[in-house]
Design a protein around this ligand. Structure first.
Ligand SMILES: [Zn+2]
Length: 404
């Protein structure tokens, strides 16, 4: 067997798998990426620890009944969110600006002044603090990894945190608004989870519900392989996400894209007893075509970057990756020859002088570029390209800046 066979995607000969959104038994595997680090966010203290980090199988399956895309090989036991987990993007001005704007628009639309807001999967509570600034009465974060220690200094005391997984019993918190951002994509049984949220609200509830996840249609169209990683086991498009919420007892569903169309936002209301809608499923056919094209585009994309990095390195150029989040780590791990990237730059001090799981790349602050001047800077998120180019100019570094 060829040594590269593990990482090469290919058409699967595996039989059908059960859809975890609608229980259709005929979902089909369309991509097998082999073994990848089970946590692309985790940063290790030594290169040795990073290289020997546990791996799990990253496989993608598509349900041609509801459009859901998921990893049927996902094993939640392999994901450890407690250890050195750093998911906060709160260090980016661009992301903060988005969160602040979103908090304001939600507060305006749902008239949240003086109300109780519950956030599921609140992490360090960054977003809840943004909502708090809108004058809500009470904010409660429910998250087993809630870390209120990270609160900003000027926050008031109207926030509280419950370090538990969200359950039906948390309905007793009596929210006036319930939100959940960047969590559903980590849950292997999203139908069960959305059902729990619905049940927590009770039969006659009129509590608005808001969910946000990465948009997968963009990932498929752009063959954004760095947005497919182990911790994300559930992948949604606007239509498949709406279908799931409809199936589990929500109505008045509205979806929109934001953050340069990278994020998918869903607003909905609980269905009152007796009511039901059933949307049409025509979108699934179009999605099936996108899924078909994805594998081919994936191959081309990954080959293109492999060639680019290889040629630059052969010419004696120093290539660095800017962005030590999951995208940067997925990139160096997925692209053959990704180990020829010199190191990874990140502005978040919590990530600096750590090592990326899998390849073991060192993550350094921008200051490291003064002594190890790069020829090429690969930007992991095009949205930050201007911000990064400005920083390089201010450091008098004239590298080629390319967005991946
Ligand atoms: Zn399905």
């Amino acid at each position: 067997m060829l040594e590269t066979a593990q990482t090469e995607p290919h058409h699967s000969e595996r039989g059908p798998v059960i859809c975890r959104a609608c229980e259709n038994p005929d979902a089909r595997v369309f991509l097998e990426l082999g073994e990848v680090p089970t946590n692309s966010m985790v940063l290790l203290d030594t290169r040795e620890q990073a290289i020997s980090y546990p791996k799990g199988r990253l496989t993608l399956a598509f349900c041609d009944s509801c459009g859901f895309i998921f990893n049927p090989d996902f094993d939640p036991a392999l994901v450890d969110y407690s250890q050195s987990y750093e998911s906060s993007q709160a260090f980016s001005p661009r992301f903060n600006e988005f969160a602040a704007r979103l908090a304001k628009s939600l507060a305006d639309e749902y008239d949240l002044a003086g109300k109780t807001v519950v956030e599921i999967g609140c992490g360090g509570g960054d977003f809840l603090q943004q909502v708090e600034l809108q004058g809500i009465g009470k904010g409660i974060g429910v998250d087993p990894a809630a870390d209120p220690g990270k609160r900003v200094e000027d926050a008031t005391t109207s926030l509280s945190f419950i370090r538990e997984f969200f359950s039906e019993e948390h309905g007793a918190l009596n929210p006036d608004f319930l939100c959940c951002r960047h969590t559903l994509e980590h849950i292997p049984d999203p139908a069960q989870f959305v059902r729990t949220v619905r049940r927590s609200l009770g039969e006659s509830s009129s509590v608005p519900v808001f969910f946000e996840v990465p948009d997968t249609l963009r990932v498929l169209k752009e063959a954004a392989f760095w947005d497919v990683y182990y911790e994300h086991c559930s992948y949604f498009t606007p239509e498949s996400m709406a279908a799931l919420f409809e199936q589990e007892g929500f109505t008045d569903i509205r979806t929109e894209l934001d953050f340069d169309d990278q994020y998918l936002l869903l607003h909905c209301m609980p269905v009152q007893a007796g009511e039901r809608d059933e949307g049409d499923r025509e979108y699934v056919r179009q999605l099936a075509d996108e899924v078909e094209a994805f594998s081919e585009k994936y191959r081309r994309h990954i080959d293109g970057w492999s060639k680019f990095i290889g040629e630059a390195a052969d010419a004696g150029k120093r290539v660095v990756v800017w962005g030590g989040g999951s995208k940067g780590v997925a990139f160096v791990n997925s692209v053959p020859g990704g180990d020829r990237v010199d190191f990874i730059v990140d502005i978040n001090p919590a990530k600096q002088e750590k090592f990326a799981a899998g390849t073991g790349h060192r993550i350094a602050g921008p200051d490291a570029l003064r002594s190890a001047v790069p020829d090429v800077v690969l930007v992991m998120n095009p949205i930050y390209e201007d911000e990064i180019a400005d920083t390089l100019r201010s450091m008098n570094i004239h590298a080629e800046v390319r967005s991946v």
